[in-house]
Design a protein around this ligand. Structure first.
Ligand SMILES: NC(=O)c1ccc[n+]([C@@H]2O[C@H](COP(=O)([O-])OP(=O)(O)OC[C@H]3O[C@@H](n4cnc5c(N)ncnc54)[C@H](O)[C@@H]3O)[C@@H](O)[C@H]2O)c1
Length: 353
């Protein structure tokens, strides 16, 4: 039995689907179902008797503690977070509450419960490349030992959570491992993030807004490769260590949006919005916008044998095809109807909108 937090979100739901497909043990999925948590992401496993969904806030330490006592998990994989940088710029409070206080409460729940935990217990904390801040354009990729330099409230809240996990490792011998992940993309990503946002806007013939000159560079990893890496870290990562997860598929935001436009042109030959590149507009720069993230993932390759299997070209094509083939999912999310889907399928009425 393992516990996953945030398993109704983008990466968490991919991890849950992979886990149930490849492992034989049970999984308790704790998720508050904020705006980005969507049980429709888990529709394919809704009948799986090894998947136990619990709607709960990680800030509620007593609830989590009780759950740990009842379930006695052999691991916790902690995805739950407020995850969108733009939202953190406009309203940072939720990021402090969930990413910092929530992680703290979760750690305290584990500390209170650990007396009865098995010796194999692992806590895997999901962090981001953003905690290291912006890199110069030509600088070498950074290792896990790089100094923290978060540049926006989201990154700062994730950095604070990392520091808490590190402190619990040293102070309380928490058997934890941290992963720093680069930008993920793939199916079921909430359409506020760059790739699904641009696909959704391109489909609707709406402008595709790019911050500033669009030359900000990100490294893109397919979510299925990311979830597999996290599974390996859970299975064989060394306690107290951090592992970078990155594909080396770097490109600028502008290049990314151009690739998406070209795929939309190809896959939607009848679209009245072709060529989709005409929809690209440049808008005012985002405050505190980091120029470049670039992680070196040699450590996870050497120690755990992980390498990405999906090229950016193939992964992007699959992703655009997925959104084209799942426009009902996209429309449900954009319109907020997925809340009704949850109520209809789970009979719940208490879900926050
Ligand atoms: N998406 C990326 O590219 C990326 C890159 C690096 C790291 N990460 C990290 O990976 C993790 C997952 O990211 P994602 O993109 O899947 O995010 P997401 O926003 O899609 O999902 C977050 C999930 O956490 C849940 N949640 C939020 N607050 C909660 C709370 N207080 N209690 C319980 N559940 C709560 C939400 O309901 C949602 O299901 C996050 O920790 C994020 O910082 C993401």
């Amino acid at each position: 039995m393992i516990v996953v937090t945030g398993g109704a979100g983008f990466i968490g739901s991919e991890f849950v689907r992979q886990w149930l497909a490849t492992e034989s043990s049970e999984l308790v999925n704790i998720d508050k179902l904020t705006y980005s948590g969507n049980l429709e992401n888990l529709a394919s496993v809704s009948g799986n008797s090894r998947h136990h969904f619990v709607q709960a806030d990680i800030v509620e330490q007593s609830v989590i503690e009780q759950l740990l006592h009842e379930r006695q998990p052999r691991a916790i994989v902690h995805f739950a977070a407020e995850s969108h940088v733009d939202r953190s710029i406009h309203a940072p409070a939720d990021f402090i509450q969930t990413n910092i206080c929530g992680t703290f409460r979760l750690l305290e729940a584990v500390r209170a419960w650990r007396g009865t935990a098995s010796r194999e217990f692992r806590f895997v904390h999901i962090s981001t490349d953003e905690v290291f801040g912006s890199l110069p354009l030509k600088a070498a990729q950074i290792s896990e030992a790089a100094a923290y330099a978060p540049g926006n409230p989201y990154a700062a809240s994730k950095a604070a959570a990392d520091h808490l996990v590190r402190a619990y490792i040293r102070t309380y011998d928490l058997p934890a491992v941290i992963v720093h992940c680069c930008n993920n993309y793939g199916p079921f990503q909430f359409p506020e993030k760059l790739i699904p946002l641009m696909i959704a806007r391109g489909l609707a013939g709406e402008s595709m807004p790019i911050y500033g000159d669009g030359l900000h560079e990100r490294d893109w990893l397919h979510v299925s490769d990311a979830a597999r890496a996290i599974g390996l870290v859970l299975a064989r990562g060394r306690i107290g260590e951090s592992y970078n997860i990155a594909a080396g598929h770097a490109c600028s935001n502008l290049q990314m949006v151009c690739m998406l436009c070209d795929l939309l042109d190809e896959l939607r030959p009848q679209s009245p919005y072709r060529p989709h590149r005409q929809l690209i507009t440049h808008v005012a720069e985002r405050p505190g916008h980091d120029r470049r993230y670039a992680l070196n993932a040699d450590k996870i390759a050497q120690e755990l044998g992980w390498r990405p299997q999906i090229s950016l070209r193939e992964g992007l094509r699959q992703t655009v095809e997925w959104y084209l083939g799942n426009q009902a999912w996209l429309e449900n999310v954009v319109s907020g109807r997925y809340r009704q889907w949850i109520a209809d399928n789970y009979g719940w009425r208490n879900i926050r909108s």
